[in-house]
Design a protein around this ligand. Structure first.
Ligand SMILES: *Cc1c(COP(=O)(O)O)cnc(C)c1O
Length: 243
């Protein structure tokens, strides 16, 4: 664990250096899905503080097992969220990266209000590449399509008006490829979208650009990523048959 963490830190350092960005401007989220709580504990002992999970139920079990260090960890939900799990999600996670509809945002806000929780930090997920398998608001070609743009702006304004949410930023999953360079335009497009939203809604920070995974973290940092979600490069290949 320690060696893998050192290697990824070297990679983040090199990418930040290349981009002339401070290393403190990028938060490393260890994506622990399919791995046991013990793996998270070992990563925490090695110095990692942020963890990402893509399923509420799986995360709940781990977060309970790790209750003794809950205060020291920041948990991120990065997978698709169903509305019937929204109540658990706001109780379990510090950040929800996968908000992909107005109805989900509304449900999250309502639960935070009813549970008297502080405003939940959310990120809005966009499908910039247009890949059919990707979740998120459709933002493919938003720069050149006034219709798509008007629609995106309208939705973000309505989400921004919900009382118990704070929009911390935006998130995307780039297409899977062996050539990380080929996904650079996806990251650029998300950054431009974030900048447009930040100008539109000054009451929300829109600080965070959650983009970059094991295969493309370097390119993502070059294009401004502030949160990178790294699974395999830290914890090894996932074994889904164990679930
Ligand atoms: C699994 C997952 C990751 C991590 O991917 P790796 O290729 O293992 O680094 C990042 N983001 C999301 C949304 C994921 O589901």
């Amino acid at each position: 664990m320690h060696d893998a963490l050192t290697r990824i830190h070297h990679r983040l350092h090199a990418a930040c250096h290349h981009a002339q960005r401070p290393i403190t401007s990028v938060r490393l989220i260890g994506v622990s899905k399919t791995h046991p709580a013990q793996t998270v504990r070992e990563a925490w002992q090695a110095g990692l503080r942020d963890f990402g999970e893509n399923r509420v139920q799986e995360a709940e079990q781990k977060i309970l097992e790790l209750a003794d260090i809950r205060h020291a960890l920041t948990w991120h939900l990065i997978g698709h969220l169903q509305r019937n799990k929204a109540k658990r999600a706001v109780q379990l996670f510090d950040y929800i990266h996968s908000v992909d509809s107005f109805e989900l945002a509304q449900t999250l806000s309502r639960h935070c209000g009813e549970l008297a929780l502080p405003p939940k930090q959310i990120l809005l997920q966009y499908n910039v590449s247009g890949e059919a398998s990707k979740e998120g608001f459709n933002a493919q070609g938003w720069e050149s399509s006034p219709t798509i743009r008007a629609d995106l702006y309208d939705t973000v304004r309505r989400i921004g008006a919900l009382p118990h949410l704070h929009i911390a930023g935006v998130m995307t999953i780039a297409p899977y490829t062996d050539d990380a360079e080929s996904v650079r335009p996806v990251f650029v497009s998300l950054r431009n979208l974030r900048d447009a939203f930040a100008a539109l809604l000054p009451n929300h920070s829109f600080r965070e650009l959650s983009m970059g995974m094991s295969g493309d973290v370097d390119v993502a940092i070059a294009e401004g990523a502030t949160m990178v979600r790294v699974g395999r490069a830290l914890f090894g290949e996932r074994d889904y048959t164990q679930q």
